[in-house]
Write a protein that binds this ligand. Sequence first.
Ligand SMILES: Nc1ncnc2c1ncn2[C@@H]1O[C@H](COP(=O)(O)OP(=O)(O)OP(=O)(O)O)[C@@H](O)[C@H]1O
Ligand SMILES: [Mg+2]
Length: 344
Amino acid sequence: MIELRNVSQRFAGPRGWIEALHNVNLTIPPGEVFGIIGRSGAGKSTLVRTVNLLTRPTEGDIVVNGRALTALAPRELREARREIGMIFQHFNLLSSRTVFENVALPLELAGMKRAQIDETVLPLLELVGLTAQKDRYPAQISGGQKQRVGIARALASKPKVLLSDEATSALDPETTRAILDLLRKINRELGLTVVLITHQMEVIKQVCDRVAVLDAGRVVEEGRVIDVFLQPRHEVTRALLGDVIAQELPPALKARVAERLKTGSGHLLRLAFSGTGVDQPVLSETIRRFELDFNILHGRIDEIQGQAFGSLAVLAGGDPVKVAQAITWLREQGVVVEELSYVE
Ligand SMILES: Nc1ncnc2c1ncn2[C@@H]1O[C@H](COP(=O)(O)OP(=O)(O)OP(=O)(O)O)[C@@H](O)[C@H]1O
Ligand SMILES: [Mg+2]
């Protein structure tokens, strides 16, 4: 369990203080993959560095597995940090050391004997799928393999928590998927809590149980990933979801939609379905029942943690009273309906 209690972080900037984190409160349950997403400069890296006190917060407490890190003496803190592994966007491997030696490094530094190092490192290389590459140097392996080394190295000291700061940002989509699958496997098999920082909703969707959205140093939204995808509450979340419909519509269509909203001859609806709702012909039933015409502007079906999830943007035309009735009816069918009043 990781708790951040009233954590604030200020840095001295050229024009006064920069408040990188503002009164952040988060509880990350053990054994979860917890995502933190936000735009560039939102404070994500600052937040993750605060968790293991690489940067000490200006205010507030970090409590990891019941221990307030912020209250520990330097020696105790070094010990507590061993329970927290970290992986990075640019892998941070030593080029003069082989794959094996990179993973072994933290153990050598801790004074572990050679035989015991072998006993620890070889199974880790097996776990991350690098047994055959163990004697290669970083220059001789791919980006995805480098990140696997980074992961194995982070696991060498048997941490309970793994922090990941944009660990897949330098990788192509397919490699990203493989690395995220690996993190999931580690989370399941070793029971590790994973805190994963990203600016991509795709990453959150693929691997996280819960997500917190960070904006300008504040947590603006938090919840189960499926809930946040179904019903994003904060504007930043919607923008990150790419679900601000305006962003996804071609300009010409956008202008036409805007015109119809202005004249009141159309209603712009964002529908989100989960689970079985996706399979049901809810939409055609709505059109028939309420004698509406629906223009489908944009739609997609995704899967989150094995659960089907669809979202659809439609422009509904017809009697406004019937549109209102249709919205009520759709909600009764378990569809999340949001009416949007503009497309800017
Ligand atoms: N050591 C520092 N000194 C001064 N300002 C800092 C320092 N570290 C971060 N900042 C500032 O704090 C804010 C948050 O930075 P942070 O690196 O945490 O953002 P981020 O969400 O990780 O962004 P990115 O997605 O670009 O990595 C930024 O305005 C940044 O300039
Ligand atoms: Mg960052």
